[in-house]
Design a protein around this ligand. Structure first.
Ligand code: 0GY
Length: 305
């Protein structure tokens, strides 16, 4: 099937630089996607955007170029609840990829079991209105209780202003809960303003809540320009991400977000994104937790099944 990209859509960076930061051995890119290819894995009819193709082979080649050992492939909304492209990536990864799926209540236990065997360890609940249609909360509660039995977790994606309304729902979830991109703080505001303070409180009061300290390219207002010629782009996001890493070093994850859906102003150089990491995880100990220990515990531990 032929698909036409959403107007203004930028393709992923074809020639990312080599990072200067050397990732610790065994590092995990814990947030990335595959798109299609559309001819093999058609995009969902209900999608809100049509991306360019971004195949598993291209993802694995980026993994090797940047120096990662493993990936966590998160189901993207352009594929709806058809997890085939993501599962195909897991099945061709030689055990080096785990997945996060999107499911509806009509999923059978046999299908969940087969996803588990392929390497799925979580489901994603998306509350970003430009990306998805509304799913009733009772359906999400039902899904959460069923996937809890597999030892999976729930990944939540929302925008900072929606946390108060979603608080009760999130805090009642029976599994580990992983927040995408720090709950999307407005980094043009001071770090101690109420929205980000509420996010920190959410993590502080709920030891089952984790955060991805990812997507500086999405959150940044100052952008990729490195002011002093060094590879230190997205400076305005650093204090926010560093605060989360410093306070919750055992509950943070990092990912490239390749192939960077819905970016229309600039497409990040993934090598530069990796060089963002030592600015937010400032010691070898914090870097090892963020990139190796934490994602391995959440996605590859036998104890979790
Ligand atoms: C991300 C962010 C976005 C998109 C999706 O599944 C998706 O379509 O997650 C976004 O547009 O903010 O994490 O990939």
């Amino acid at each position: 099937m032929e698909f036409t990209k959403t107007p203004g859509w930028l393709d992923w960076h074809a020639h990312p630089s080599k990072p200067r930061f050397q990732l610790p051995p065994g590092s995990v890119d814990a947030h990335c996607h595959v798109f299609g290819p559309g001819a093999q894995f058609p995009f969902a009819p209900e999608r809100k955007y049509t991306p360019c193709d971004a195949s598993k082979e291209q993802l694995f080649s980026l993994r090797d170029h940047l120096g990662f050992a493993r990936n966590v492939v998160v189901q993207a909304t352009c594929h709806g609840t058809d997890n085939s492209a993501m599962l195909d990536a897991l099945l061709h990864s030689n055990g080096r990829a785990r997945g996060v799926a999107t499911v509806r209540r009509d999923i059978t236990d046999a299908e969940l079991q087969s996803m588990h065997e392929a390497g799925v360890r979580g489901v994603r609940f998306n509350f970003v209105k430009r990306l998805v249609d509304f799913t009733p909360k009772d359906e999400l509660v039902e899904i959460a209780s069923r996937i809890a039995g597999f030892g999976w977790h729930v990944v939540i994606y929302f925008e900072a202003q929606d946390l108060p309304e979603l608080w009760d729902f999130f805090t009642a979830l029976p599994t580990d809960v992983v927040v995408d991109h720090m709950g999307r703080p407005d980094v043009s505001k001071p770090i101690d303003e109420p929205e980000f303070a509420l996010f920190l409180k959410f993590m502080r009061e709920h030891p089952n809540v984790w955060s991805k300290v990812s997507c500086p390219e999405r959150l940044s207002v100052s952008g990729p320009r490195a002011l002093d010629g060094e590879r230190n782009a997205y400076r305005d996001v650093v204090p926010f991400a560093r605060r989360v890493v410093d306070e919750f070093p055992d509950r943070v994850l990092w990912g490239t977000d390749w192939p960077h859906p819905n970016l229309k102003d600039h497409m990040p150089d993934d090598g530069l994104l990796v060089d963002f990491i030592p600015h937010i995880a400032t010691t070898p100990d914090l870097q090892r937790k963020l990139l190796v220990d934490n994602p391995m515990r959440l996605y590859w531990s036998q104890a979790r099944g």
